[in-house]
Design a protein around this ligand. Sequence first.
Ligand SMILES: NC(=O)c1ccc[n+]([C@@H]2O[C@H](COP(=O)([O-])OP(=O)(O)OC[C@H]3O[C@@H](n4cnc5c(N)ncnc54)[C@H](O)[C@@H]3O)[C@@H](O)[C@H]2O)c1
Length: 446
Amino acid sequence: MGTEEQVGGKTASKVAPATGKLGVMVVGLGAVATTMIAGVEAVRRGLAKPIGSLTQMGTIRLGKRTENTSPRIKDFVPLAGLNDLVFTGWDIFEDNVYEAAAHAAVLDARMLDQLKPYLETIKPLPAVFDQYYVKRLNGTHVKKGKNKRDLAEQVRADIQAFKKTVDRVVMIWCASTEIFIEPTAVHESLGAFEKGLENDDIAIAPSQIYAYAALSEGVPFANGAPNLTVDTAAMIELSKRNAAPICGKDFKTGQTMMKTVLAPAFKARMLGVSGWFSTNILGNRDGEVLDDPESFKTKEESKLGSLDYIFQPELYPDLYKELYHKIRINYYPPRGDEKEAWDNIDIFGWMGYPMQIKVNFLCRDSILAAPIALDLVLFMDLAKRSPSLRSIGIQEWLSFYLKSPQAAPGLYPEHDLFIQSMKLKNTLRHIMGADLITHLGLEYYD
Ligand SMILES: NC(=O)c1ccc[n+]([C@@H]2O[C@H](COP(=O)([O-])OP(=O)(O)OC[C@H]3O[C@@H](n4cnc5c(N)ncnc54)[C@H](O)[C@@H]3O)[C@@H](O)[C@H]2O)c1
């Protein structure tokens, strides 16, 4: 445990410093992962700015508004510096990160060429993969094992070998969306899960094997996809036992990010919503995988959750009980990573008069996701070094980044982006022993 020190009149357990190298183990070196890695290298070399990354660009207000104290987040909490990040990962294809980034076609060739010598050095380890869980992919760079326990041991061996070359390790899932799996008896306890690994239980998908390996090694695990992975009793138990933080799942990038901004605004003003139709076209490999109905179902469940929790129809039946929410994702190759999303929102106001809002977001999927992946890596490492966070399991304060936030059993997840942002910043203040900010502000009128 950390030492105690007085900060701002309060007692805070000290967060361990971010000394040495932070090893980042990325599962799936596809569009998001390669865009994150290439971006970090571009920033290190002064070729680009880390736009979209709260850890790199954000500030945090401390004390009263009259004090004018707003340091950069990275100067306030001890985060690993970008120069100290070391990347490795797994993929079912043998392409190195340069080749995978070129294939993903997110970044232009001129930028990639400048980064090529570095990106070529990152070569994927053989993956844990089974086509049953991702129907549209068929990779050959995969591990073989006598059962799922054996595969988990092989991933643990990969982690142990990497640990010898760096000071700390974090794992993040940037691999494809797996088919929809509901928790079964095998997920109810760590003991049941370990038996399931031995018996090749069908409800244990590859993502769960990586997560189990990471948490067993005391390594934090973040999940960029909507798969059932660490949102089970078994993994929460393992996370707490080994002080290996976990958080929710599925990067909150484009359409859902907009939803969790707009919906709280309608609710704050007590405007009703009768329908919300969301559709997308995208043509990258993620889009191809999501074209499979079983993977789409996993994504759909993740995307659907936010509105129900924000609108609380049980509290506001006149406004939201009849809401019809529909989500479509259409694979359309010509667009590549440049997804286009349309939302038609049917709202109603005073005396029930109807109105409509249209949102047309022409986004770049991986450009939005890369800084989120980076921030999650850096904050999960921070959590692991924070005495008050490392052993609590779920890091609810990272909900800000995720379409499916994870909360303590029995607690409803918070989806409102601004509540999530406040929660995140107050958590940072809390671990550093600074005063929390409630936005009450009556003291200015004394
Ligand atoms: N880009 C976004 O805005 C966004 C938002 C939310 C979630 N996501 C999710 O992030 C994930 C990555 O997205 P992407 O656009 O980079 O997809 P991608 O298809 O470009 O990359 C995924 C990579 O994972 C690899 N892979 C699949 N199964 C694997 C396994 N078991 N082990 C190791 N590697 C494996 C694939 O070969 C591929 O290279 C997807 O699940 C996607 O749904 C993306």
